[in-house]
Design a protein around this ligand. Structure first.
Ligand code: SF4
Length: 350
């Protein structure tokens, strides 16, 4: 079963397209200080290693805008500048290489400043992300149901740029309640043709945040809504990207590796979780369908491996390896990871 995606306009963030027929992009946000140029570059490298498409950095002051420029020059990915409360900083971020601005006119009350900013963005072909989070909703919308209030507020933000003749807009509505999030984004999707950035805001820790995000994001994606995704987690930034990729792959919206692992039991002979986690990281950037099963014993491992491209059925010192459902032979556990790496590389090259 395939999902048919909502038809939306397309914008370009550097060499990454959002909306239209572009693949749904995965984004994350750095959580080190932007003035820490080396720290940011290290985090960006880690995000690239797991397949992040777009990275956002906060630009809270002029020093950060200057640092943003240094980072942008040394970074291979298009960077998004997150700016609030200051048009001056928005212009500075553009001058320092921002390929997209995230800002909300609601935080920047002098709307006469929108037109020159929109002109600056148009000159550089840089789009804007506007929208609203549940926690920062303008009080004037307080009387409305929350989902409707979020939509009205987001469309008002977009309208501020439309009035300046600027249409390279991505809209984001986010709420920490996945059900409000779903309802609001459904309404928004039906109300405009702008590309939508989706995610559940303030989702929480790795455990609860993943569950909330999976609910709030997957429901929308399964209806064809969403052109770029961030899974916001209070966890290591790479977890956001790994989670987003897994959601997209599970829904058939991206191709990638799927690691199947057994829950383990008294028969388990190998470190199933450790091996499965290692393989997940190793295959994070794989962009072809590849099913790898890691099972803790030969009892079920060989059977499960028959449905996978690559399978491991763990044994005490020696494990069974399977390829395309057939037993390839056995391998010492000390050599297991190296053999798996070679097999994965072979499969990806086929
Ligand atoms: S595959 Fe083997 S080790 Fe894993 S849960 Fe099943 S019986 Fe236990």
């Amino acid at each position: 079963m395939t999902i048919s995606r909502r038809i939306s306009r397309q914008v370009s963030v550097g060499n990454v397209r959002i909306g239209g027929d572009a693949p749904i992009s995965i984004q994350s946000m750095l959580n080190v200080k932007t003035v820490d140029v080396d720290g940011c570059l290290k985090q960006i490298e880690r995000l690239c290693d797991v397949g992040c498409d777009l990275i956002r950095l906060a630009v809270p002051d002029e020093d950060s805008a200057v640092a943003f420029g240094k980072i942008a020059k040394r970074c291979g990915l298009p960077l998004i500048a997150d700016v609030h409360y200051s048009y001056k900083l928005a212009h500075l971020a553009l001058d320092n290489g921002a390929k997209k601005l995230r800002m909300n006119p609601g935080n920047m009350p002098d709307l006469t400043q929108i037109k020159p900013l929109a002109q600056h963005m148009a000159d550089l072909s840089v789009p804007v992300r506007v929208g609203v989070n549940g926690g920062s909703l303008d009080p004037k919308f307080a009387g409305m149901p929350q989902d409707r209030a979020l939509v009205e507020s987001a469309l008002e933000c977009a309208n501020a740029f439309e009035s300046a003749g600027f249409h390279d807009i991505v809209i984001a509505i986010k709420h920490s309640d996945p059900l409000v999030n779903i309802s609001a984004n459904r309404m928004l999707a039906a109300s405009c043709n702008y590309p939508l950035h989706i995610g559940v805001t303030e989702a929480g820790t790795l455990r609860s945040g993943l569950i909330k995000s999976a609910i709030g994001v997957s429901a929308l994606l399964s209806e064809g809504i969403g052109d770029t995704v961030r899974v916001s987690l209070a966890a290591d930034v790479t977890e956001e990207v790994l989670a987003a990729k897994r959601i997209l792959c599970t829904l058939g919206l991206r191709k990638g590796a799927e690691v199947v692992a057994c829950p383990t039991c008294a028969r388990t002979e190998i470190d199933v979780a450790g091996l499965a986690n290692e393989i997940e990281l190793l295959t994070a950037k794989v962009d072809v369908p590849l099913k790898i099963s890691v099972l803790g014993c030969p009892l079920n491992g060989i059977g499960e491996g028959k449905h996978s491209d690559i399978g491991v059925a763990g044994g005490k010192e020696i494990s069974v390896l399977l390829e395309d459902g057939n037993i390839m032979g056995t391998v010492r556990n000390s050599e297991l990871m190296d053999r798996l790496k070679a097999l994965i590389a072979k499969k990806c090259a086929e």
